[in-house]
Design a protein around this ligand. Structure first.
Ligand code: NAD
Length: 353
């Protein structure tokens, strides 16, 4: 099994190094090969997704990605910016299903800005469609109207088959969890999501054990803060999922804790933390590597079908937290503040406890 390791920019290399350390400590039969992406790709080959990186990612069984982006690239033409590399690799690998768990470890209940009784025991899986919607729909662009005024256009569109395949992912995951799917749309205003709702209702007939509910996105944003434990699996389109999954991440105290998986139809996947490249703390060895380490656990579970190793990694993270180790973003009084690499070492040590 081959893993393409793409550290990217900002804190990417620091956090990926910790995840790689954990992978090595598992002693599995894996080959790891590294390549640049994002700003690092632009520096190395003038392209945020260099051809060689894309080839490596296509050949590999799974991709481990850090993060991309830095403000210093903001003035580059749009197609050279780091984020383009990320959007393109998702599209090229056909990674249409983004899984973002929001799980609150009991030790971190105090790190959330919400009351502990609202969030303790929280365990949500957000399933976000990743290759369609307004982020990719045509026509798009900025043009000048006849009266000289500029106009910006983006197009929200989803085909029935795109909705059905992401819906299936959500229902299948729900079958392994608490058998509840909440489909998030804006069917009262947007026809695209009216179709979304219809397709979800049709699909639900194949999953009689799963309870399907629907919620408008504005209400979902509110309910995530008001009573987040009502949710099991949430499924939604690209733009709504982008926003709701970031919101859900805050329920857990830090975006530094949240892994993600992006899967194709054959469970080949790209695994990355939900956060960005955090240029404000890059190079200081203070970033939280746990989201990236937990992304490795998702890789073991979803691509390599190795539940035993996945649980080993997740338990090691729990043990490191139970021992009181905290990076700065999740630090609370009485715990022990550690660096990014110290946290990686603590998880490796906890693997053999
Ligand atoms: P960000 O997620 O990088 O950072 C937001 C805040 O969270 C910052 O204060 C940061 O220090 C903190 N943070 C993030 N990850 C952390 C970690 N592991 N440990 C501790 N603190 C952490 O979002 P941003 O600041 O809006 O974006 C910065 C850059 O990242 C931009 O160039 C953006 O385009 C890019 N970005 C990339 C991705 C990705 O690669 N998937 C996602 C979002 C943003």
């Amino acid at each position: 099994m081959k893993i393409a390791v793409l550290p990217g920019d900002g804190i990417g290399p620091e956090i990926v190094a910790q995840a790689v350390k954990v992978l090595h400590a598992l002693n599995l039969d894996l080959t790891l090969e590294e390549a640049p992406i994002g700003g690092a790709g632009y520096e190395a080959a003038g392209d945020p997704l260099p051809e060689a990186t894309l080839q490596l990612a296509k050949e590999a069984d799974a991709v481990l990605l850090g993060a991309v982006g830095d403000w210093k690239y903001d003035s580059l033409p749009r197609d050279k910016r780091p984020e383009r590399g990320l959007l393109r690799i998702r599209k090229e690998l056909n990674l249409f299903a983004n899984l973002r768990p929001a799980l609150l470890y009991p030790e971190l209940a105090a790190a959330s800005t919400l009351k502990p009784e609202v969030v303790s025991g929280l365990d949500i899986m957000i399933v976000r469609e990743l290759t369609g919607d307004i982020y990719f729909g045509q026509p798009r662009g900025i043009s000048t109207l006849e009266n000289g005024e500029r106009e910006g256009i983006n197009t929200m569109r989803y085909s029935e088959s795109e909705i059905r395949r992401i819906g299936r992912v959500a229902f299948d995951i729900a079958m392994k969890r608490n058998k509840k799917v909440c489909s998030v749309d804006k069917a009262n205003v947007l026809e695209t999501t009216e179709l979304w709702r219809q397709v979800m209702i049709e699909l639900a007939k194949d999953y009689p054990e799963v309870e399907l509910s629907h919620m408008y996105v504005d209400n979902a944003a509110m309910q995530l803060i008001r009573a987040p434990k009502q949710f099991d699996v949430m499924v939604t389109g690209n733009i709504f999922g982008d926003i709701l999954s970031d919101e859900a991440s805050m329920l857990t105290g830090s975006i530094g804790m949240l892994p993600s998986a992006s899967l194709d139809a054959n469970n080949k996947g790209m695994y990355e933390p939900s956060h960005g490249s955090a240029p404000d703390i890059a190079g200081k060895n203070i970033a939280n590597p746990l989201a990236t380490i937990l992304s490795v656990a998702m890789m073991l579970r979803y691509t390599f079908n190795d539940e035993v190793s996945a649980v080993r990694v997740e338990n090691a993270v729990k043990k490191a937290l139970a021992q009181g180790y905290r990076t700065a973003d999740i630090y609370t009084e009485g715990s022990q503040k550690v660096s990014c690499s110290d946290m990686g070492d603590a998880v490796v040590a906890a693997l053999s406890l």
